[in-house]
Ligand binder design. Sequence first.
Ligand code: SF4
Length: 441
Amino acid sequence: MDNFLTGREKQIVRSGDTSQKIQCAKPSLAGSVSQRACVFCGSRVVLYPISDALHVIHGPIGCAAYTWDIRGALSSGPELHRNSFSTDLHEKEVVFGGETKLYESLSELIDRYKPKAAFVYSTCLVGVIGDDMEAVCRRVSKEKQLTIIPVQSPGYSGTKKDGYKVACEALATLVGTSDREIPKISINILGDFNIAGELWLLQEYYRKMGIYINATITGDGRVDDIRNAHKAGLNVVQCSGSMMYLAKIMKEKYGQPFMKVSYFGVEDMSDALYGVAKFFKEKELMENASLLIKEEFARIMPVIRMYKEKLQGKKAAIYVGGSFKAISLIKALRLIGVQTVVVGSQTGTPEDYALIQELCDEGTIIVDDSNPIELSQFVKEKKADIFIGGVKERPIAYKLGLGFCDHNHERKEGLAGYEGMLNFAKEIYATAMSPVWQFTR
Ligand code: SF4
């Protein structure tokens, strides 16, 4: 394998090759310029959509700028989350410490914005200079009578996935601090971040079925709902990479069951609705789910079939944050006639990769924690027509002269649910068939 780093071989396999199991869930190889983000970024993306909380980044301004408005997470109410507050540490604080600056910033921001709670994130620099962030949070919390949660996330202390865990630990300190009664047939939606309003679509499906939605964690999230999250009958967990840890904590602490789902692609969306209906063992819920799914299929399938005809034979490369999402994407692409030839993720699990190997056609390249050089080589080798990824994969696709579909935080089009499947098919068609690519290859 030309240009590939020694030490990365075991994180790359080809479907059909049973001689090797993919290695994953390990730190990135030094020098490989991994597509992964840091611990701070991981915690920030998970907590960011809580829209009535104050989010303060204790560190240099660059960390705050890097994660400013990082998700297109929409709110139906307050929009405090869309600000990026930073203590903007400089040389002076590196020498004398930044606790005073944090104390003053937090106090001023709380007076000015009157948030429902505050999250304070530590960054690499704070980890190095050793500010006692927890003590400052405790002091301000007492003075202002507000819940202030320190999020210990120095960027260097692991990978983005460790940031998810830190965020879940922070959320777990909020859960269980309120006791509002709610209907028995109720769920929390975990791991949907309301990108381009996707959560509202899902809420509508569940409501039509007759299910009460308690807390949404964290898309369109509110502090008071998260406090009461332990009351719901079931945690429905999407994006399991980021939220499974919280679901496990809640199961252990409150005996709350959880279910892993995906909302991408009609197959997985339908499985999610049927799965939730089955869990509550209510005949009416199952009937409602069945009716809803039938109606949605009747509405979207003729259009999907039209796209399938036109896209038949096209090849796709996928590189996303979590491997669970990659599985849904492979199925959704197959539904519109597109073959997956390269698939990878930043934070995949052995179970998901095993399933990907089963799902994909022989010869499909499966890669964990990749880098731009590898991805470019794979895309060229497999002659992909379209790349599906996030902000860091976009330039790779464009430099290689192939279509790109954003399936990450920054997208402006909802891709979840039945409506999302239509949007996805339309976007793949528009970009893969664009005449512009004939001038780039
Ligand atoms: S926390 Fe560290 S790695 Fe993350 S953005 Fe800030 S400086 Fe960079």
